[in-house]
Ligand binder design. Sequence first.
Ligand code: SF4
Ligand code: SF4
Length: 501
Amino acid sequence: MRVIEDKCVGCGLCAQDCPLGLIEIVDKKARINEGCVNCMTCFKVCPKEALEKEEEIKPGVVKCNNCPIMCEIPPDKVGACQRFVNKNGKLIRNIPLHLFEDVKDVVGEDFAPSIKEPLITGIGAGTTYPDFKPAPYIVEAKVDGVDVVTVVTEAPLSYSGIKVKIDTEKNIGEEGADVYFEKRKVGHITTEEYGSKMLSLGGANLLTGKDGMKVARVICDIANRKEVKLKIAKGSELIIKVGDPPIIDGEIMGKMRVGCGSASMGLFGPFFKEAADEVIVIDSHITGLFSEHPAGTALLVPYSGVILKARKSTLGRYFGDHGEGWGGTSITDPIAIVKGVDKTIARPGMTLLITETTGERAAFYKLGKDYKFHQEEMPPNAAKAVEVIASTCEKSRVSAIYVGGAGGSARAGVVRYPLKLSKAVHEKKAKLTVGGAPTFVLPGGGITFMVNVEQVKVNAFSWVPTPATVAPIEYTMKKEDYIEMGGHAEAIKPFSLIKKR
Ligand code: SF4
Ligand code: SF4
């Protein structure tokens, strides 16, 4: 990269963002030190357009094609991600390939086979109160020759909530926007995940607030796979039921996108090559322009001359926006994504396919003598490419993860030394399950767990008006470990005495 000194005001934004820390401000001007790889980060952040790419590739420089940035790495230097080094004209990953053996100690031990499944579940167990009383059921049995104990309770948890995953590329509202249930605030939209919008509902602060009852109810209804109607502040109305497609503003969501517009280029490149001279996949994350994208280049597709009305990220990849239009962007007429054509490259008669990342909507155009695109009927090869995208997409659905904090008083009914139980859970000496389903226990202090509600029997969750949600939880461990952590030995009953109702 080169600094255009007349334009540079020395603001330092490029210096802050250069991934290799190569830029410094000297006498109120940016100076790029040795090792620049032309990653264009500084170009993207400069508000004064004071940086430009040096087109000439210096001797010994190797171009990396491991990602869309395409760093040009000088000898003995690393790329922008600091993963690849140019050693004698060859790009080498600067840490070796690791076998599982190499990481085994970091991954840690798994649970012993004998304690992987609880002897009984907490579903229907009831609760003992106050918490220091032994849990309702403490059961022992021999498993694979090992004495095992399972302690169960239906634990009221004020630290609880639910994360809801809604597969859709439709814009439902701003990240951080409040979510309402029967006009009461029950949560907010959290960060979007791959092809899905995420809601975070409940949590201790909302549960203990003035609308806590509604919050507890909505968590349980979703966890118990009931249909729930939610409203996003300044956003959509949602009807959600775990396992079913979401209904957003009255429309049943059909497919979740297969990937962003750029990923589609890599996934369906051979079909796009046959579909038209140019293919645009409109997407709120990254819109792809096939003939400029590395996927098109690798398939020897010449650049079409189409210029997009969008902010460029890297070759053939353009940032999208959010709205009610195609691919979750604000574009309602697909051809509006095209700013124009380079008349020295584009030729009248060239064809253009524009599609969404789900293939649900697509349009086909031909460039007229007026250098404007005119819509035409979709020919079979273009229709096939769209059909391949659509058939690769998964069905949209709603999923949910219940999150609970059991590291408080709920431990006292299990053992007399609660800290020992927390440690045992983290050290995989005591296995925590919910209704028999495996949990993921968040690292760090306490016992905060997550469970996929679809692995828990329907209607196993309930709530009490304290308000708190109630989850069936089980701790399973070796009897000797249970006794060591101050387990309620006097309350242990043989499994054979447990009567199935
Ligand atoms: S192109 Fe990348 S490596 Fe070079 S100066 Fe700019 S930000 Fe740094
Ligand atoms: S993988 Fe790393 S070195 Fe290669 S182009 Fe991308 S950022 Fe640069």
